[in-house]
Design a protein around this ligand. Structure first.
Ligand code: FES
Length: 135
């Protein structure tokens, strides 16, 4: 273990016995995601694994994703189009998302709600296009 990833800690237990443990730190993994606005403006940002594509956009003030419900799959204002090359890795929408997509503007076969796309290392390089408007 390298010194940078180990933060050794010492302690005294209830009986007074001393001990120590290793507190491992782990760097958050990031995935580069490109958001392309309807006018063609591209924004490529690093999004932490475990966040959603919507959260990455909101945290980085990407215009064109409103996310009015905060990610509860209840508003369809985080609608994106997943680039063809990424559809398989991103996967298909589940039924609740499919139902909510009925309320989105200009839905296409590659439409997804970005709050339902969890960022993983596998999505490093993901490209999503934003619709002309969210509703
Ligand atoms: S943020 Fe509301 S459905 Fe995605």
């Amino acid at each position: 273990m390298s010194p940078a990833s180990c933060m050794c800690r010492s302690f005294a237990g209830p009986s007074g016995a001393a001990g120590s443990f290793h507190l491992r730190t782990r760097k958050s993994k990031m995935a580069k995601i490109t958001y392309i606005e309807h006018n063609g403006t591209e924004h490529t940002i690093d999004v932490e694994s475990g966040m959603t594509v919507m959260e990455g956009a909101i945290k980085n003030s990407i215009p064109g994703i409103d996310a009015d419900c905060g990610g509860a799959c209840a508003c369809a204002t985080c609608h994106v189009y997943v680039a063809d090359a990424w559809k398989e890795k991103v996967g298909a929408a589940e039924s609740m998302e499919e139902d909510m997509l009925d309320f989105a503007f200009d839905v296409r076969e590659n439409s997804r709600l970005s709050c339902q796309i969890k960022v993983t290392d596998d999505l490093d390089g993901l490209v999503v296009n934003l619709p002309e408007k969210q509703f």
